[in-house]
Design a protein around this ligand. Structure first.
Ligand SMILES: C[S@@+](CC[C@H](N)C(=O)[O-])C[C@H]1O[C@@H](n2cnc3c(N)ncnc32)[C@H](O)[C@@H]1O
Length: 369
């Protein structure tokens, strides 16, 4: 049943594929780390009814407001938190939301943010060069454009935008600054690159690079993926939708590495890493939108969906006193029952956090990664 009354303002990408990838089931607990307009979240709640629960996270307070209004009809099945997913583990500990059946990352920006004239994400609108997803971030795109050296600018435009004209763009920026608006920057980039060549606007890659740097997107993604694995219950699913090759590479390499038992360098005489596979790849071939979806929603065109499944029962990883209790409960098929969660959650945690918990008598307020 779809309880949505208001028209969607952001069209969720690969929606059906995401629900299938997460294997959403009635009564399941899910985390949407990138709530946005709440489109995926609403579908997860629909498919996990009755009894499903959703923890929705977004670093943009505006997204929390919009998604909050959209998900109001789900009567308390959704807990929405205005936070950065880099703190995923601490958030789950604080709200006692683990283990979970599925975790979704739908990376990048929503149409709400891209269409907002005041945010500075798009060169289609004239706006201050801001690009902060969260207003609590201190550094804006203008700070980077106006204060970095020419070589620093060229480096970040090359590295995070994969832009072939990075040196020319950096040089033109330095000659023209201070810059304060998106259109000023876009025009300089057009001049530096000799104008539009293909279908992609010449400013696309530089805007991507600046946004990645302003919001620490890649560092936050890498940190959150590591935390996500330990929050999944046995057979829980991790699904990530990315929109550019740098993000997709991080997701692909992370999942591939976590699906291997040994990650020693090739040619090592014997294994010294002690690594154990914690994930199984679900779709070895990346899932992309159909031509029909791209036609309906052109912003979906670069989307890539990858999914992996947790294969380790947590006590195999953290052999402790809780091991026996956990094994008994798992063998009884009971780990999904909420009453067990409190008892079992300790077996999911990094042992350092358990020590921290003992020291602080259960206070997780200060746990940050
Ligand atoms: C593509 S949108 C998600 C759209 C959503 N799936 C929907 O169906 O409406 C990505 C969202 O992730 C949020 N976001 C980006 N980086 C984040 C981070 N590090 N922590 C939390 N939220 C983040 C953005 O603010 C944005 O709202």
């Amino acid at each position: 049943m779809n309880l949505n009354m208001s028209p969607p303002t952001h069209i969720p990408v690969l929606l059906q594929e995401t629900i299938e990838a997460l294997a959403v089931q009635p009564g399941g607990r899910y985390i949407d780390c990138t709530l946005g307009g709440g489109g995926h979240a609403a579908a997860i709640l629909d498919h996990s009814s009755p009894g499903g629960q959703l923890l929705g996270i977004d670093t943009d307070p505006e997204a929390i407001k919009v998604a909050g209004a959209r998900l109001e009809a789900y009567n308390g099945s959704a807990l929405l938190i205005n936070e950065n997913f880099v703190n995923l583990q601490a958030i789950c500990l604080k709200y006692d939301f683990l283990p979970v059946h599925g975790i979704l990352f739908d990376l990048g920006l929503s149409s709400l943010q891209l269409n907002d004239d005041s945010r500075g994400f798009s060169f289609q609108h004239d706006a201050p060069l801001d690009m902060r997803v969260s207003p609590s971030q201190e550094i804006t795109a203008a700070d980077i454009v106006n204060n970095s050296s020419e070589s620093e600018l060229a480096h970040l435009i090359k590295k995070y935008g994969e832009e072939g004209y990075s040196h020319q763009i950096a040089h033109h920026i330095v000659q023209a600054r201070p810059l304060s608006t998106t259109l000023e920057l876009a025009q300089i980039i057009e001049r530096a690159t000799g104008g539009r060549r293909g279908r992609i606007h010449p400013a696309t890659r530089t805007f991507q690079a600046l946004r990645i740097v302003v919001n620490h997107e890649l560092e936050h993604l890498e940190a959150a993926l590591k935390q996500a694995v330990n929050l999944l219950g046995f057979e829980g699913r991790l699904t990530v939708i990315s929109y550019h090759s740098i993000e997709d590479r991080i997701v692909k390499q992370f999942m591939q590495q976590e699906a291997k038992d040994c990650i020693c360098p090739p040619g090592a005489p014997s294994c010294i890493c002690g690594h154990t596979a914690s994930l199984k790849l679900i779709n070895k071939k990346v899932i992309t939108p159909s031509p029909a979806e791209v036609q309906l929603n052109p912003r979906s065109r670069s989307a890539k969906l990858r999914t992996a499944e947790r294969i380790i029962i947590q006590d195999e990883q953290y052999g402790t006193v809780e091991k026996l209790c956990f094994s008994l409960e798992v063998n009884g098929g009971g780990w999904r029952r909420p009453a067990l969660l409190k008892k079992l959650r300790r077996t999911f945690l990094d042992p350092r956090l358990i020590i921290f918990e003992k020291m602080n008598k259960g206070g997780f307020e200060n746990v940050r990664n």
